[in-house]
Design a protein around this ligand. Structure first.
Ligand SMILES: [Fe+2]
Length: 304
């Protein structure tokens, strides 16, 4: 056989360094996915597909993560078959069970479940149920790989346990005003990053009434789900690219915490949490920080 080198050279590209070393990447904006997306209608998957703005040929919410809601009507079922190495499901409301090849998990409002790479998950609702889900399918699509190893076992973090752990942390800071009162949901398979999975990171963060949590930033992208908050627009996150010399966010965008809704905090942007209502609020950010932290490029910074 003779080598046909002309063919192999067709795709050899060369670009001048200064004009190509820092290309303009697809813009990642603050985006809101309101609870009205799942208010009514048939049992279905409701993905947050931003592939147009991310310029991907596959569905994606962020470069690494795919997220959305699941609406499953009472007694009905829905199968998800994400090609992902890590999956997270949070029960916004309802109850039911999920069957996969390694067994079945029963879930209720406020529970959070993680799955490793599995072929499919059959979700069945015993009452009208809404789930919020995030997985790392876009990362695998970007790499062009299908996982062939489960890096961890499915895990159930019940609402009861999460609340207990949050109470313990709250007691720890009684009478003080720390910049964060939250619990990181973690997995024993990832002791170095202490994250939810090898790619996903998750915080169950309480924002007590009347409290401001000062600006912080990180290179991971957050898909922030609001678990609970007072009515109106008095509980919110301010998000902006830069801070001034006094640590205030310049020209921030306001993302209101509306229970059951979700918003994106872009990578590297500063954000502060504000609760001007008379009710404690809870936010559940899911980030790609497992991956970013493992690469040691999280670059977390906080204004104290
Ligand atoms: Fe954050």
């Amino acid at each position: 056989m003779q080598a046909n080198n002309l063919n192999w050279e067709v795709q050899a590209e060369f670009r001048e360094y200064l004009s190509a070393v820092n290309p303009e990447m697809p813009k990642i904006d603050v985006q809101v996915f309101p609870n009205t997306l799942y208010g009514e209608g048939a049992t279905r998957l409701i993905p947050f597909d931003l592939s147009d703005s991310l310029k991907t040929v596959y569905p994606a919410t962020t470069p690494n993560l795919y997220a959305g809601y699941l609406r499953i009507k009472a007694t009905e079922e829905l199968t998800t078959n994400f090609v992902a190495a890590s999956q997270m499901f949070f029960v916004i409301k309802g109850s039911g069970s999920t069957k996969m090849d390694s067994g079945m998990i029963a879930w209720n409002t406020g529970d959070l479940i993680t799955f490793p790479a599995i072929e499919s998950a059959h979700h069945q609702a015993s009452e009208d149920s809404i789930l919020f889900w995030v997985n790392d399918a876009p990362l695998l699509k970007y790499l062009g790989v299908i996982p062939n190893e489960k890096r961890f076992e499915p895990v159930l973090y019940t609402q009861e346990r999460i609340t207990q752990e949050l109470k313990k942390v709250r007691a720890l800071y009684e009478g003080k005003n720390p910049n964060r009162i939250g619990v990181l949901l973690s997995n024993p398979h990832f002791p170095t990053t202490m994250t939810l999975t090898q790619t996903l990171w998750s915080l169950y963060n309480i924002l007590p009434k009347g409290i401001v949590q000062n600006p912080h930033r990180h290179n991971s992208i957050a898909i922030d789900h609001c678990v609970s908050a007072g009515p109106g627009s008095d509980t919110y996150t301010m998000i902006g690219k830069d801070i001034d010399e006094d640590g205030h966010i310049i020209n921030p965008i306001k993302a209101v915490w509306s229970p059951g809704s979700t918003f994106i905090t872009p990578p590297g942007w500063w954000h502060s949490h504000h609760n001007e209502s008379n009710q404690d609020a809870i936010v559940l950010p899911i980030q790609d920080a497992g991956l970013i932290m493992n690469m040691q490029v999280l670059d977390f910074k906080m204004i104290r």
